[in-house]
Design a protein around this ligand. Structure first.
Ligand code: C2O
Ligand code: CU
Ligand code: CU
Length: 462
């Protein structure tokens, strides 16, 4: 029998070997891999069984990818799953060929195959990457990670925490992921909501801090459908960026912060709780729950810092010119308790009932799912406005690939730049942007079961 000591000795040798293999790879400029694979992690508390997930490099979340602004991301996506996959870099003004949307920008990566990712990150901020093939299943199984692009001169903070929030549907006995991914109720209602909430792959994420330390919290909502309502306890601070983009002025984080699926927020917070106390990132769902615990182990300084200046801006094109802008309209219909009678799927008009039998429940402008022709064919640098009309009984997280947009209210551009906008039932909202990034870009609901059951379209920028 192998003794523990011998086993450790062997492991060390194996690691040393792996290390030298890696150095050889680096010397020959082979890109680092990012492997979509099966893994087992302790997702639920330790008295539960471990959970089988799919994760990048077998970890949950996937490896944290950090680059300086203007840096180049080079990775080889390797598919070790037994179904096709792809990786999408959410929120990045990316080269279209790298956007990772099978059927639109590339072919899905078959099992055993790979795809070379290579692009420059133009904007600083908090982004994320996730599977974009069968995303309602692959993201729900854990295929996501954070992509952090650092400012040349970042804010003055003592520490930074990247916090990826997720909710899971686990079997309460076995702690395995429920495989009802095509559940018609989820598809036709509020999406796949879970029964188990995690931060960075655990329900017990804890950070040790000291009083009057300033932290940068980078929040990412990776869940399929959950809208997180968040607050602070024992900490005070400011929202300084949304969806990666710096706010013109830091906003006091006094109200609750809503983070829809796919959305991000950067906060600068000061620990105001005292030694021995615990501060919290609070998640409200009827009552308040601790999403992350910050244990205060001492005092960093006796007073708080002064209010922070805004983060340095990213250099997006000016605009758009709202008067000259092409005006588009996107009417969202369908779902349970909706008014949709029929819609067109693959060129054929079908009754709501027939669509439901095919697992399809939603339409954009009367069309279910992806169409042959785009919602609009835009010329490069054309200003665009899209009015989004939510005729359904549910909220939707509308996400545009390839660029950020702003909202139009009362005829003027308002609010921050975003890549994902929550549109609640009965609401009409309008977004505007300059179509400066050539390619075919998806525009879809980030409630991933909604996207799978009709809520996707695309724009072409020629
Ligand atoms: Cu974050 Cu099309 O996705
Ligand atoms: Cu995206
Ligand atoms: Cu939706």
């Amino acid at each position: 029998m192998q003794t523990r000591r011998a086993f450790i000795g062997q492991t060390t040798a194996a690691l040393a070997f792996a290390g030298s293999a890696q150095r050889t790879a680096a010397a020959s400029h082979a890109p680092r891999t990012l492997t979509a694979q099966h893994a087992t992690v302790q997702l639920a508390p330790s008295d539960y069984p471990a959970t089988r997930i799919w994760g990048y490099d077998g970890s949950l979340p996937g490896p944290l990818i950090r680059l300086p602004q203007g840096g180049r991301l080079q990775r080889q996506l390797v598919n070790a799953l037994d179904q096709a996959t792809s990786v999408h870099w959410h929120g990045i003004r990316i080269d279209n060929a790298m956007d990772g949307v099978p059927g639109l920008t590339q072919q899905a990566v078959a099992p055993g195959e790979s795809f070379d990712v290579n692009f420059v990150v133009p904007d600083a901020g908090t982004y994320w990457y996730h599977a974009h093939e069968r995303s309602w299943e692959q993201v729900a199984r854990g295929l996501y990670g954070a992509l952090i692009v650092e400012e040349t001169e970042g804010p003055d903070v003592d520490r930074e925490e990247v916090l990826i929030l997720d909710d899971w549907r686990l079997d309460p006995e076995t702690a395995q992921i429920a495989t009802d991914f095509t559940n018609a109720h989820d598809r036709s209602h509020a999406g796949r909501l879970g029964n188990f909430i995690t931060t960075n792959g655990t329900s017990e994420y804890t950070v040790k801090v000291r009083q009057n330390e300033r932290l940068r919290l980078r929040l990412i909502n990776a869940s399929n459908a959950r809208i997180f309502e968040l607050g602070l306890a024992g900490m005070e601070g400011w929202v300084v960026a949304l969806d990666g983009m710096p706010l013109v002025a830091p906003q006091l984080a006094s109200d609750t912060l809503m983070l829809g699926p796919g959305q991000r927020a950067d906060l600068l917070v000061d620990v105001t709780a005292e030694t021995g106390e615990t501060a919290h990132l609070v998640h409200f769902d009827g009552e308040g729950y601790s999403q992350v615990e910050f244990q205060v182990t001492g005092v960093a300084k006796t007073t708080r810092r002064a209010a922070p200046p805004p983060l340095p801006p990213n250099h997006h094109p000016e605009g758009p010119d709202l008067v000259a802008a092409r005006r588009l309209r996107l009417v969202m219909s369908g779902g349970a308790m909706g008014r949709m009678q029929s819609a067109v799927l693959d060129g054929e008009r079908r009754s709501f009932r027939d669509l439901a039998a095919l697992g399809q429940f939603w339409s954009f402008n009367d069309m279910v799912g992806m169409t042959e022709t785009p919602l609009a064919d835009l010329s490069r640098n054309e200003p665009v406005r899209i009015e989004i009309v939510n005729e359904t009984a549910f909220p939707h997280a509308m996400h545009l690939h390839g660029t950020h947009f702003r909202e139009v209210r009362d005829g003027a551009l308002t609010g921050p730049m975003r890549d994902t906008l929550m549109v609640f039932r009965g609401e009409t909202r309008e977004i505007a942007f300059v179509a400066d990034n050539p390619g075919d870009w998806m525009f879809h609901c980030h409630m991933l079961t909604h996207a799978a059951s009709g809520m996707m379209t695309w724009l072409r920028v020629s």
